[in-house]
Ligand binder design. Structure first.
Ligand code: GDD
Ligand code: MG
Length: 347
């Protein structure tokens, strides 16, 4: 059968003060009633069975994750896998694969197709997402590791870039190269050449194909995983290095395919993205919560605690929570990471 792994271990701070170490982005309702994790689960369950849907998260978030899962499908509660610490995405996927292979008969094990999905992104058109995933399933059965690419229109340095090669039909292509988090100059040239797509961070594979790639390109992680399968109580999580699937496998693997995303996608990586995607009022403002806005224009105004009153501002971000407030010009939203760093240094 098919199985899904939802990665919910990130500790994003770019949406401070709403996202915090103890309440990262995936656990927040950023653009609606449901949290990003709940939207991801609802979407995933339109393709994958609940029994075969696994959520990997940090130990300290299990309680909150369980509560959120219960409201989507009570059957999911048993499918939470807790990591004692974040080791990035490759170990998280291996941890879940351990469970997935354990639940399948030995004959079914290698042929099982697995989808991996970040928990903290926005997907616009779920029906289109579903048909892309179904297209991906058939390529994964053919032995490709399948990625999903979104149109790259700005030189974002926080993304992976996928170079499109020969067409495989139905919006799919062979991948000619993968570059994770390029520098600005390189990102500019990849956007300009029109042959690159942004990696959305979702991928699909056949379990045996993925494990063979780990064995070849991340042998230390493979040895750890295999030893751990045999002696789960002896080998802990602390001893392996952090590694992302992007750096560890995608930059090195040969048999990669990409499906052009036929849906709107955004990783909601900053407040400007929340503003861009939000519903605007007649003054171009995105307003959430208990906010009084007089003569405000083109601003993001959010309160999650207490009354926020603003007057006469334009192109601003103001986010208020019970114990902290952020205010900055829209054009300076990258500065949030400096704010977070400065606060951490303050202690
Ligand atoms: N369980 C678990 N454990 N999940 C994790 C961990 C971990 O240690 N680290 C990250 N994740 C989850 C995050 O919650 C997120 O949903 C997903 O894995 C991706 O991790 P990020 O840390 O957000 O990666 P990134 O944004 O730097 O880069 C990735 O995503 C980009 C698109 O948003 C890469 O795949 C890029 O190539 C891609 O363009
Ligand atoms: Mg991310």
């Amino acid at each position: 059968g098919v199985q899904a792994i939802i990665l919910a271990g990130g500790s994003g701070t770019r949406l401070w003060p709403l996202s915090r170490t103890l309440l990262p982005k995936q656990l927040l309702a950023i653009n609606g009633e449901k949290t990003l994790l709940q939207n991801t689960l609802a979407r995933t369950l339109s393709v994958f069975p609940a029994r075969g849907t696994w959520v990997v998260t940090n130990e300290e978030h299990v309680f909150e994750v369980r509560g959120q899962l219960r409201r989507v499908d009570p059957g999911l509660e048993a499918n939470i896998l807790a990591e004692p610490m974040g080791k990035n995405t490759l170990p998280a996927v291996l941890l879940a694969l351990d469970r997935i292979l354990g639940e399948n008969s030995p004959e079914a094990q290698s042929g099982v197709v697995v989808g991996v999905f970040p928990s903290d992104h926005m997907v616009g058109d779920v029906a289109a997402w579903k048909s892309c995933v179904e297209r991906g399933e058939s390529l994964a059965r053919d032995g490709y590791l399948v990625t999903f690419g979104a149109r790259a229109d700005t030189p974002e340095t926080g993304y992976g870039y996928i170079r499109r090669g020969a067409a495989l039909g139905d919006g799919a292509y062979v991948v000619d190269g993968f570059t994770e988090k390029p520098d600005l100059e390189m990102a500019r040239s990849m956007v300009a050449d029109g042959a690159h797509l942004w990696n959305t961070g979702m991928f699909l594979f056949r379990a045996d194909v993925f494990l063979a790639a780990v064995e070849k390109h991340a042998p230390m992680h493979f040895a750890w995983w295999r030893a751990r399968r045999e002696k789960p109580l002896i080998l802990g999580y602390g001893g392996i290095p952090e590694l992302s699937v992007d750096y560890g496998l995608l930059e090195r693997m040969k048999r990669l395919a990409v499906i052009e995303a036929g849906f709107d996608w955004d990783d909601l990586g900053n407040w400007a993205a929340v503003y861009r995607l939000g519903a605007k009022d007649q003054n171009g403002c995105v307003v959430q919560g208990d906010v009084l806005a007089l003569d405000c224009h083109d601003s993001l105004l959010v309160s999650r605690g207490g009354k926020l009153a603003v007057t006469g501002i334009s192109d601003m971000i103001v986010v208020q929570t019970r114990d902290a407030t952020l205010a900055c010009p829209m054009s300076r939203q990258q500065g949030v990471k400096d704010v977070v760093a400065a606060l951490a240094a303050e202690g």
